[in-house]
Design a protein around this ligand. Structure first.
Ligand SMILES: NC(=O)c1ccc[n+]([C@@H]2O[C@H](COP(=O)([O-])OP(=O)(O)OC[C@H]3O[C@@H](n4cnc5c(N)ncnc54)[C@H](OP(=O)(O)O)[C@@H]3O)[C@@H](O)[C@H]2O)c1
Length: 300
């Protein structure tokens, strides 16, 4: 699904700086789910389609971007790289090395800012494939970016200057929140909390739907009640935090002593929900580290 311009009215911040003296020209290599979300988010935020371009292996994903959003597209990865201020690497991790090798001769005189959204591929690997220590931001987004409610974690290598950092922040802010990490290794923990996080909530909702059905609801009603409750709780938590009220306080407010909610919470605590979550997130982070090591071993 593409987000058409005009659905959301927000103003995109214009940038100034040595490299980005005007609106930055941004090209995407890879035009699948994530790239389409970010492109749609940028356009919805008022970013000019004329400054955006994308390349991919085939026209399957490029055609809707060209026809519905009016951005320039090509099946040649080198087509836009030379004239771009930002190159967003949005292919699957296993395709990234060949893409880097394909484009590395295109920016001999002036290197753009690279933003990689490929899970588990370290900055060192990308620089090695590009045969240059480029300015590189590593980003771990998540799928709610599709509804402009994503949560991305970003890491910048030491070649990235403050203007480029601000640009990367604004690009990802088009599809949700942005949090920076100081150490590259923490990107694996971003995966554990945000990258994989939506699946944890889907599982929890699924379990609530099944429990609702077991208590006598038809599935559609259980789905409506569980999903709307998750959405409402999340919206309330987000808005309350802006007023200094955290989730602990929100939970306390709905948990009357000897009431119904207290019985459910006691049951969760008795069954070690907190350590279950901790173990699951640790397992996720550890797997992300393992995959990053495997990917690094294929360095050029
Ligand atoms: N989806 C997520 O939830 C999520 C979350 C965090 C991070 N990520 C990361 O985001 C990246 C993209 O994921 P996605 O879900 O958007 O993948 P996707 O939908 O499969 O899209 C991949 C895109 O890469 C293109 N591609 C493949 N090989 C190429 C090549 N050699 N040259 C140019 N383009 C090439 C594909 O071209 P065609 O259009 O011709 O097939 C397609 O447009 C991945 O690295 C993933 O780790 C995804």
């Amino acid at each position: 699904m593409l987000h058409k311009p005009g659905l959301i009215q927000r103003t995109f911040t214009k940038f100034s700086g040595d490299i980005l003296s005007d609106t930055a020209r941004i090209t995407f290599i890879g035009a699948g789910n994530m790239a389409s979300c970010i492109i749609g988010g940028l356009i919805n935020n008022g970013y000019p389609a004329a400054c955006l371009s994308a390349s991919a292996r085939s026209n399957t994903n490029l055609t809707p971007l060209a026809e519905e959003l009016g951005i320039a597209t090509s099946t040649d990865n080198s087509a836009f790289v030379q004239n771009s201020d930002v190159v967003i690497l949005a292919v699957k991790p296993q395709n990234l090395q060949s893409v880097c090798e394909e484009i590395r001769t295109e920016f001999t005189s002036r290197s753009p800012l690279f933003i990689s959204i490929a899970a588990g591929v370290a900055c060192d690997s990308i620089c090695s494939w590009l045969q240059q220590d480029v300015a590189l931001v590593r980003c771990m987004p998540n799928t709610p970016a599709k509804v402009l409610a994503g949560a991305s974690g970003l890491y910048a290598n030491d070649k990235v200057d403050s203007t480029q950092k601000q640009l990367a922040q604004s690009i990802l802010a088009a599809v949700g929140s942005v949090s920076w990490v100081e150490e590259e290794g923490m990107i694996d923990s971003v995966t554990a909390i945000a990258g994989s996080g939506p699946a944890y909530f889907f599982l929890f909702i699924e379990a609530m739907i099944d429990a609702g059905v077991a208590q006598g609801f038809d599935r559609a009603t259980a789905e409506t009640l569980a999903i709307q409750t998750a959405f409402g709780a999340s919206k309330l938590a987000k808005e309350s935090l802006q007023n200094g009220i955290d989730v602990v306080e929100l939970r306390r407010r709905v948990t009357s002593p000897k009431g119904t909610t207290e019985q459910a919470i006691l049951s969760f605590e008795h069954n070690n929900l907190r350590s279950t979550v901790q173990q699951a997130m640790d397992a996720c982070r550890d797997r992300a580290q393992e995959l990053a090591k495997l990917m690094a071993e294929t360095k050029a």
